[in-house]
Design a protein around this ligand. Structure first.
Ligand SMILES: Nc1ncnc2c1ncn2[C@@H]1O[C@H](COP(=O)(O)OP(=O)(O)OP(=O)(O)O)[C@@H](O)[C@H]1O
Length: 255
């Protein structure tokens, strides 16, 4: 399997602060990879650096030539006073035909919304419209940054089910940032736990009650996971987001 996007020794700075350091990362064709981590741990920064929206301070990022990326950002502010229909929004920045727009809206379960104003959509409808727009580029990889923020539990579950269906149909890889670990775990081939660096990563295998998950993410009651290939030889207090810790089910102690 060839890597669609990879990073070696990637560090990213925001001003004087090194937000990400020494990240090694790769995602292959057809894989679903989920990035988890506390607030401020650098998840969005990593995604943006992988896409090319943030420069590397050190190390490098490689994207397969002509890679088509469908990006669903964490936030997209649409001015409520701006008249912009869903149909017109789908033609930004690249014009698409009515048939293409309609097919994408149907695929994401919001086929009746073409004439609606973007600013008047509910959170769940807007996420589906954003996904429809991302799919219009026929992406090799879909990148979703907290795409279910603000959605309720059924809305979140339905959205991830849709992502899985899209992956199955198109063969696109999926890179997700998420806090909804218990929802996405079963769908992920690999999970990367980030806290300025890669704390731990591996295949999700066991899903059960885990107080550590609640402690780390501060939400959810059923989130439980086991992470493998643990690589943890540092003190978290020295990391950029030093209020955060990376807890897990392993029995070793931090040095
Ligand atoms: N444009 C910016 N300029 C300066 N600092 C920034 C910028 N964007 C992010 N940061 C800082 O970089 C760190 C990582 O931010 P990032 O948004 O990548 O974290 P995150 O893990 O996605 O957080 P969250 O879960 O809250 O969305 C934070 O301390 C943040 O304040």
């Amino acid at each position: 399997m060839s890597d669609l996007i990879s990073a070696q020794g990637l560090s990213v700075r925001h001003g004087d602060t090194e937000v990400l350091h020494d990240i090694d990362f790769a995602i292959s064709t057809g894989e679903i990879v989920t990035v988890v981590g506390p607030n401020g741990s650098g998840k969005s920064t990593l995604v943006r650096a992988l896409i090319g929206l943030e420069p590397a301070a050190r190390g490098k990022v490689h994207r397969k030539p002509k890679l088509r990326i469908g990006y669903v950002p964490q936030k997209l502010h649409v001015d409520a006073s701006l008249p912009l229909s869903v149909r017109r929004f789908l033609s930004l920045p690249r014009r698409v035909s009515d048939a293409q727009a309609q097919a994408a809206l149907e695929r994401t379960g919001v086929s009746g919304l073409g004439a609606r104003q973007i600013a008047r959509l509910s959170g769940g409808q807007f996420q589906r419209v954003l996904l429809a727009r991302a799919l219009l580029s026929e992406p090799d990889i879909l990148i979703l940054d907290e795409a279910t923020q603000g959605l309720d539990q059924p809305g979140t579950a339905a959205f991830y089910k849709l992502i899985e269906e899209v992956r199955a149909e198109t063969g696109a890889s999926v890179l997700m940032v998420s806090h909804d670990l218990h929802v996405v775990m079963s769908a992920s081939d690999r999970v990367i736990c980030l806290n300025g660096h890669v704390c731990c990563q591996g295949t999700p295998k066991v899903v059960a009650e885990a107080p550590e998950y609640r402690a780390l993410f501060g939400m959810g009651t059923q989130g439980a996971f086991a992470l493998y290939q643990h690589d943890h030889d540092h003190v978290h207090g020295t990391e950029p987001s030093d209020h955060a810790t990376c807890s897990h089910e392993h029995s070793h102690s931090h040095v």
